[in-house]
Design a binder for this molecule. Structure first.
Ligand SMILES: *Cc1c(COP(=O)(O)O)cnc(C)c1O
Length: 433
């Protein structure tokens, strides 16, 4: 049995000796916010490298490749960091493929997932020669065969199995239940392999599973992998060799200190080792959140404190367009002041300026008393933060900064107004369809 061992200490924002300021990856955040106007996202390169390292260490001795789920954070600097660390990419669109290639990711380390790959996207990925397609429907399989034949190439493919396992996570990020749109049943996958030899241009020799996101216990992974392993053995006996098993992503992280207890990478990998003990082929892993979530913070200033009718509101310059998770999933993010942490506590609803009640980061949250201009930190925003950002309310996309051992680099400047409206035009040319 596995113990929930504590993870190696993550690179976290740390308070200076006087308790009055915060540094992240060696960079003083108050000083950083003097140089870069809020709101902006900051990512610790050291923290990301540490996560990659802990997973790679846990995988030692296995023929395994980590393919970062690009949708968690597609900033080119992050992808470049991944590429340099030997990590590949799990993409769900050609846009993500182009970003990955642009960042220097070799095509042999790119896998393509998703239920709605269009013919154009499949053709584009075939042209580039990506490592593997995770196929999610029979129609997609036939399209892949057709397009590979047209290009005179052979596509490597895995069936995405829907193992009908409850990941015990938020319903909107559960993907491995039979009612979800993802993957196919084992019965259907069995039929694909039965007709495998008729696929002249698809090498169907892989299995793929991804049951959801922000999973905080090992049991769902164990169940899903047991089902995959059982199916793999059946396929081997029936003469269908499997050379690649992709175990997906989903490893949870700590959003709420003292409450969320993520599993350790080593324990997670032990579940893979146990379930697939007699498997000798290649393993693929697709972590997204695990590698980047806790490495990111959103820096924001208090615009004003608004005494409401029933509650006190802390109105920030960051909003739901910069970080959607609280409004989309009722997600908790720890929020701390960068300075003045020793003021007496008071209770706030912490909101953004967007014209939606859903633009709320936290309700009834205790914080040291704040004043206009104070700098706050919203924690664990490195995954599904900027990647889900929008310009709602015509707010420009926020800047992104990479921190590394006492230094910082601007890796995305704040969007200009002109960029926001680029592509829009008055209705000048009227045409008939
Ligand atoms: C989103 C996604 C991932 C990554 O999920 P995380 O919870 O961020 O680890 C991996 N694989 C697939 C197919 C995905 O859609």
């Amino acid at each position: 049995m596995f113990t929930q061992t504590s993870r190696p200490a993550a690179q976290e924002p740390v308070r200076n000796a006087d308790g009055e300021s915060l540094a992240f990856d060696g960079v003083d955040l108050e000083q950083l916010a003097q140089r870069i106007p809020t709101p902006f996202h900051a990512y610790s390169a050291s923290a990301i490298r540490q996560r990659i390292g802990s997973l790679q260490a846990a995988l030692s001795g296995l023929d395994a490749t980590i393919c970062f789920a690009v949708k968690a954070n597609p900033n080119l600097a992050i992808l470049q960091l991944m590429a340099n660390a030997g990590v590949g990419a799990d993409i769900v669109s050609v846009g993500e493929m182009r970003r990955s290639l642009h960042a220097g990711m070799p095509p042999e380390r790119i896998v393509f997932s998703g239920v709605g790959k269009s013919a154009d996207e499949i053709a584009g990925a075939l042209t580039v020669g990506i490592h593997r397609f995770n196929v999610e429907s029979h129609d997609e399989l036939l399209t892949l065969q057709h397009l590979a034949e047209a290009q005179g190439v052979t596509a490597r493919a895995a069936v995405r199995i829907n193992p009908d396992v409850d990941a015990h996570t938020h319903a909107k990020i559960s993907t491995g239940k039979s009612e979800n749109k993802f993957g196919v049943s084992i019965d259907e996958a069995r039929r694909w392999f039965a007709e495998r030899r008729r696929l002249s241009h698809v090498q169907l020799d892989g299995l793929h599973v991804h049951i959801g996101s922000q999973i905080l216990t090992l049991e769902p992974f164990r169940l899903a992998l047991q089902r995959v392993a059982e199916f793999w053995r059946e396929l081997e006996q029936d003469g269908h060799p499997i050379t690649s098993i992709d175990v997906g992503g989903g490893l949870g992280v700590c959003y709420r200190a003292g409450v969320d207890q993520p599993v350790a990478a080593a324990d997670y990998v032990n579940v893979i080792r146990e379930a697939l003990a007699d498997y000798r082929g290649k393993l693929l892993l697709e972590p997204g959140r695990y590698l980047v979530a806790e490495a990111g913070v959103l820096l924001t200033r208090v615009i004003r404190v608004k005494p409401g009718i029933e509650r006190q509101f802390l109105v920030l310059d960051a909003a739901m367009n910069d970080l959607q998770r609280p409004s989309l999933y009722d997600a908790w993010h720890d929020i701390v002041p960068v300075s003045n942490a020793s003021r007496p506590l008071t209770t706030y609803d912490i909101v953004g300026p967007v014209c939606e009640t859903g633009d709320t980061f936290a309700r009834g949250r205790e914080l040291p008393e704040c004043a206009a201009g104070d700098l706050l930190l919203i924690k664990a925003t490195g995954a599904y933060g900027t990647s889900m950002a929008s310009t709602y309310n015509s707010r420009p996309l926020a800047a992104e900064v990479l921190l590394n051992q006492g230094r910082y680099a601007l890796v995305r400047r704040r969007q200009h107004f002109e960029e926001m409206i680029a592509g829009e035009q008055p209705a000048r040319h009227w045409e008939t369809a």
